[in-house]
Structure formats: C-alpha cells, structure tokens
Design a protein around this ligand. Structure first.
Ligand code: ACO
Length: 376
C-alpha cells in the first residue's frame, strides 16, 4: 500500500494549467499572471475570460465576453426559481439557499446534461451570471423586499451590489468588490475545487460539480471562515477590548482562530494585504474603521503568540460589512467569485479525465463473526 498523508497534505493529484501558488514566497498566479497585477490592472470579467479560455482576451473578445456575462438572458432567474425561493423558510441561510438554487437551476438549463466543451462554457457563463442574481434575490426575499432585476449595463460587481441593497453603490464600493472577486476567483486544488474535480471525475455535469463545491466551501475551515471572523469581531465589539479578548481566547486549549493559517502558505496569504487595504479605505469612507482596528489587534497578538499568518478570510468581511452586506452573505459572495475557478477546473478535468479514487488505510477489525440478531 502507498504512503498515507492525512488530509492529502502536499500530495499532487494531477497536473493543472490554471493556478500556481508558491506558499513560501507568497505568490499566486492565474494562468501565469501575478494576482497583484490582475488586481491593479484587470477586472473580474477579464479574469473569468483568462481562467476559462486560458489567455487574456483581445479588446473585441473582452467586449463580447462582458456582454454575454451581463446579458439579461444570462443573468435573470427563471420565474419558477423565484417562486421556489419565496417558498423556502426565511431562516434558511444564504449558503443553503445558494446550494439549493444552483441545483435547481440545472433543471432549467438547456445544456444541463451536455458535457461538450462548448456546452460547459455556455453553462459556466450562465451560472456565473445567475449566481449573483440568486444571492441578491434571496437577500431581498428573506427581508420582505422586492427583488431587484439585473441591469445589463452594469459590471458584475456593480450589478450585484445594486440588486442586493436596492441602492446605487459608491465607486469605491464597486472597485473594492471587483477586486475582492478577482482575489477569490481561483486557488489551485483547495477543498471546494477538489470537491468539484472529484465530482467532475465521475463525468457528472457542471451543475453537480458546482453544488459539490458549494457544499465544501460552506465549512468554517474553508470559505465559511470569513463569516466566523466577523462574528468574532462583533463579539469583541470595541478595538480596546480586542487585545485581552484574543489573549484569553488563545489561552484555551486547542483554540483555533478563524482567518489564520493555511495548508499551503507559510507566509502571509498574498490576497490578505489587498483586502486589508480595501477594508481600511471603505472604513475611512464610511467614518468607522473599528472592525479593521479590531482585526489588526487580533493579527498582532496571533502573530506574536502562534506564528501563523492571515489568510484570505481575515480582512474580506470587514470591507463587506462596511458595504452593508450581511455577515451570512460573505461565503455566498466567495462562491459567486470562485465559481469562475471551479468551472475552469471542471472543464480542465473533463478535458483529460481520469476517475479520482484514492484508497484508505483500513484500521477496523477483519475477522468479525456474524451473529444472528437475537444473539447480539
Ligand atoms: N488557529 C490556531 N492554531 C492554528 C490555526 C488557527 N487558525 N491554524 C493552524 N493552527 C495550528 C494548529 O493548531 C496546528 O498546531 P500543532 O501542530 O501544534 O497541532 C498547526 O497550526 C497546523 O494546523 P493544521 O490544522 O494541521 O493545518 P491544516 O493545514 O490541516 O489546516 C486550516 C489549515 C484548516 C486552514 C487551518 O489553518 C485552520 O483551521 N484555520 C482557521 C480556519 C480558516 O481560517 N480557514 C480558511 C482558510 S483559507 C480558505 O480556505 C479560503
């Protein structure tokens, strides 16, 4: 039997051309482009094109791609999906609703069971366009507010914030949100992407793969951590309480603090610095930087005591909160961006497929004697 590595740590399962992480240098590349350059010069829509088509688009290609992603035909939800959302209990969490909604959307998709590359691209564009509408629609429905229709003239970031809040977002909020989408778009074989690839490996359809990925993203050790960070910040309440709170928290045996640590990075996650800056800028615009101050104190104490570094989830929520986004929507927003990477990986997996099927090192009994039920 081969070597066992708990959690598949450092195990290479496949080649991939999509994303490269250097966990020691703190570098993250999408298709060879440094994420810092993409943050400075690109847009989420262009990054989607890069991930799905394997290269940066020409101006003409980008225009067509942006138009497709923004079209009402692709962004709008089938009316029966809205009816279904209205029938869900209002206490359903946005991640539950997103998981259910994406699964239901497959029943309305004309290409649902079609695994050809062209059909997978069409579904990828539709799902990336529909997911923000789904997330925003649930927010409106659960609060008893009218659903806001998508606007094909707006970027994905601007359209989402408008549909979610019913208000025109500030230019800083749109820019910041777009950068957050770029930063969350892909991250090699993280847990949710791997879940998508495992599902793709059975030759299941794109929607099934994305539903698997949403389930994996939901957990607090992965995408659910951004929500947990903000709940911690709310519990702390005031910057002056943060130092004592975090020291007390870390003194508990086995304490695990959300937003820190990573399987691959041994330095600070390269995405964290952008999210920190953005959270601060938004806080300054709104005249309240207390969340960022609390997080900075947590970061200092964790760094001193644990020698672990911030990951992508530490600062993202502070910015979202300032934009008026409810905490339980943070992970669905992560999914709205990561669907771009998940879909790229599903297409790559289907392009050169082999079933993913590892082994377990069996540690149970081997010679049990079966006893009839009345003798047990
Ligand atoms: N708080 C406290 N200690 C930690 C943390 C943390 N957040 N992360 C790691 N450690 C410690 C562990 O206690 C362990 O110490 P030990 O060797 O003395 O027992 C050591 O660092 C290694 O930790 P593992 O859990 O073995 O590392 P693993 O690679 O399995 O886990 C993970 C990575 C899940 C991200 C972990 O760091 C964690 O739980 N972080 C908090 C949750 C979080 O922020 N997740 C988001 C990650 S980014 C993303 O998925 C989008």
């Amino acid at each position: 039997m081969s070597v066992m590595k708990a959690g598949l740590e450092d195990i290479v399962v496949s080649t991939s051309d999509i994303c490269f992480i250097d966990g020691h240098e703190g570098r993250l590349l999408y298709r060879g482009y440094d994420v810092n350059d993409l943050v400075a010069r690109s847009t989420f829509e262009e990054v989607c094109s890069l991930l799905w088509y394997g290269r940066l688009p020409t101006r003409k290609e980008l225009e067509a791609h942006v138009k497709a992603l923004a079209s009402t035909a692709n962004r709008k939800l089938p009316p029966k999906i809205i009816t279904m959302l209205r029938q869900l209990p209002k206490k359903a969490t946005p991640m539950e609703v997103l998981r259910t909604g994406v699964s239901a959307l497959s029943a309305f998709d004309p290409d649902a069971g079609n695994l050809s590359h062209e059909a997978e691209l069409r579904k990828t564009i539709r799902l990336t366009a529909q997911m923000p509408t789904l997330v925003a629609a649930w927010e409106r429905i659960r609060r008893g507010k009218p659903v806001v229709a998508p606007n094909p003239r707006l970027s994905l970031a601007a359209n989402f914030l408008t549909m979610l809040t019913g208000k025109k977002p500030t230019p800083l909020a749109v820019k910041t949100f777009d950068v957050a989408l770029i930063l969350h778009a892909d991250h090699e074989f993280n847990a949710s992407t791997f879940a998508a690839r495992v599902t793709a490996g059975t030759l299941a359809d794109l929607h099934s793969c994305i539903v698997s990925a949403i389930g994996a993203l939901k957990g607090p050790l992965h995408g659910g951590a951004n929500e947990q960070v903000m709940l911690m910040v709310e519990k702390i309440g005031k910057p002056e309480r943060a130092d004592a709170w975090v020291k007390n928290f870390l003194a508990q045996p086995g304490a695990r603090i959300m937003g820190f640590g990573h399987r691959v990075y041994r330095v600070e996650d390269p995405r964290a610095k952008h999210l920190r800056r953005m959270a601060l800028e938004l806080g300054q615009e709104a005249g309240d930087t207390s969340s960022v101050q609390i997080i900075e104190t947590i970061n200092r104490v964790v760094g001193e005591q644990k020698k672990i570094f911030p990951n992508v989830d530490l600062f993202s929520g502070a910015g979202y909160k300032t934009m008026g986004i409810p905490i339980d929507q943070f992970t669905p927003i992560f999914a709205m961006s990561r669907v771009s990477g998940w879909a790229a990986h599903v297409m790559e997996q289907h392009g050169n497929n082999r079933l993913i099927r590892p082994r377990a090192e069996y540690t149970g009994p081997t010679r049990e004697q079966y006893k009839p039920i009345d003798q047990r």
